[in-house]
Design a protein around this ligand. Structure first.
Ligand code: IMP
Ligand code: MG
Length: 186
């Protein structure tokens, strides 16, 4: 695929296979998700918990589209073992300082692949007696059926089974700043 000069400049010469979700398409979908989330929580305290680092751009855009009072905090989870394959052993490196008990918790994730990371986090967080606990993911590869008993309630897009970067998603910490989501050429 030939790349527009602006994309080539952003990528530092690295090629993308294709842009999977354009910036404008993401903007429209995030707006819809915000409205949907607003309607889903007619009452109660809402705490939006962003899973760092991948969710940082999505979270920033999403919370501005949720038309109700809410709080924002973050989680930093670390998987032990293999860096490329999610091992399922997760611990919290940064734990939210905010109280979770009695609040609606919306856990915001960039992409769900196997679902192992989220599965462990849900266990950890549900032990703190939130009023409800739901997942919002920008992208879902839809492979997590067996692992995640609880599916993401809010999903931006079904993702192709390719390695995606941009809009928060990285490859070895690169490409998080792309305003679109792209499939990376090896
Ligand atoms: P899971 O535990 O297998 O669901 O993995 C989820 C995590 O793996 C996400 O939070 C991402 O950080 C990372 N990940 C999974 N698929 C991709 C991808 O296509 N691009 C970038 N990161 C990914
Ligand atoms: Mg990552």
């Amino acid at each position: 695929m030939s790349q527009p000069a602006s994309v080539a400049r952003l990528m530092g010469g690295r090629k993308v296979v294709r842009i999977v979700f354009e910036a404008e398409q993401i903007r429209r979908r995030v707006r819809e998700l915000g409205e949907e989330i607003g309607r889903a929580y007619p009452e109660g305290e809402l705490l939006v918990l962003g899973l760092l680092k991948g969710s940082f751009i999505f979270l920033g855009d999403l919370v501005r589209e949720i038309p109700r009072p809410l709080q924002v905090d973050f989680l930093v989870a670390s998987s032990y073992g293999d860096a490329t394959v999610s091992s399922g052993h997760v611990r919290l490196v940064y734990d939210p300082e905010t109280r979770l008990e009695g609040k609606h918790i919306l856990l915001v994730e960039d992409i769900i692949d196997t679902g192992r990371t989220l599965y462990r986090l849900l266990e950890l967080l549900s032990a703190r007696n939130p009023k409800s606990l739901e997942i919002c993911a920008l992208l879902d590869k839809q492979l997590s059926g067996d692992v995640l008993k609880k599916r993401a309630r809010f999903v931006g897009f079904e993702a192709p089974l390719e390695f995606l970067v941009g809009y928060g998603l990285d490859h070895a910490e690169d490409f998080r700043h792309l305003p679109f989501v792209a499939s990376l050429a090896e």
